[in-house]
Design a protein around this ligand. Structure first.
Ligand SMILES: [Zn+2]
Length: 278
């Protein structure tokens, strides 16, 4: 039987997170999900997923809750998720994981006829250099770039050069068909450079990751972009976190316990260790 995500869980059903920390305020994707649910006339039905009540902080059942890991980081780059209508409601959406790690994550619902003024204000904010992340073969060559300003460039700029803008990666969080439509029908994206991830980046990444298919999910694309911008701790945290989240999600679905001492958790702990300044 499909589960209902429409009704918010009763407060007494939400167990305290693993580490007894105060829950941070809901992030951008969480807020977008709440707004989207408020507009729904019918509950969203996710097929074949986890049964039972879910933690509002991580979308997993309380026994598999991943809240309180303390993964949120400040980064040089930011991420702007432009999400297809139903995307914030999907329990498997990995844009949520990006917002758990990257403090400057923004999320907007995409509409063909309406554009959130806050999105336009963000794209016009002079601290950011927005890049639309999209395959270069679908774009005029003069718009396509393969590199972005890195953390190192930013620190040199602070030494006296012109201040460098922070990269803002615009990710179209949608199916491929939807993403193509969003790209074509969003005039405010037309003037922006397109960051096309090159096969070399993708194949190097593929060697490292645990899965062996060719499909890159949103959090993996975000990790690649962060790596390009020199935000290596956040990139590696996000990579490891996807494996941890996938493990918890699949174990919960099969009603099996999560292995919190397993390989994925160990890699995440190493990746997210606080860096000691050299
Ligand atoms: Zn949780």
């Amino acid at each position: 039987m499909p589960e209902a995500l429409g009704a918010p869980p009763a407060p007494q059903a939400i167990r305290t997170p693993q580490r007894s920390q105060v829950q941070p305020p809901p992030h951008a994707v969480s807020r977008l999900r709440t707004e989207r649910l408020a507009r729904s006339s019918r509950p969203f039905l996710a097929r074949g997923g986890i049964k039972g009540l879910r933690c509002p902080g991580c979308r997993l059942v309380p026994s598999h809750c991943l809240c309180g890991l303390g993964l949120l980081q400040s980064t040089h780059a930011g991420v702007c998720l432009l999400m297809a209508d139903i995307e914030p409601l999907k329990p498997s959406n990995t844009g949520w994981l990006v917002a758990d790690v990257v403090a400057d994550t923004f999320a907007f619902g995409w509409g063909r006829t309406e554009t959130d003024p806050a999105l336009l204000a963000l794209l016009a904010d002079p601290q950011w250099q927005p890049y639309v992340v999209f395959p270069g073969e679908f774009v005029r060559p003069e718009r396509v770039v393969h590199t972005v300003d890195t953390v190192d460039v930013a620190s040199h700029a602070e030494d006296g050069g012109l201040p460098s803008k922070r990269p803002l990666f615009i990710l179209l969080d949608a199916t491929w068909a939807e993403a193509r439509k969003m790209f074509r029908k969003s005039p405010y994206l037309d003037a922006l450079p397109v960051l096309s991830l090159q096969p070399a980046h993708l194949s190097r990444y593929q060697l490292r990751r645990s899965r062996r298919d060719d499909h890159f999910c949103t959090s993996e694309v975000a990790a690649l972009c962060l790596e390009l911008a020199g935000d290596l701790p956040a990139a590696h945290t996000l990579e490891a976190y996807l494996d941890v989240y996938t493990h918890h999600y699949l174990q919960a679905k099969q009603q099996l316990p999560a292995d919190r001492q397993g390989d994925a958790h160990v890699r995440l702990r190493v990746a997210s260790l606080p860096r000691v300044a050299k």
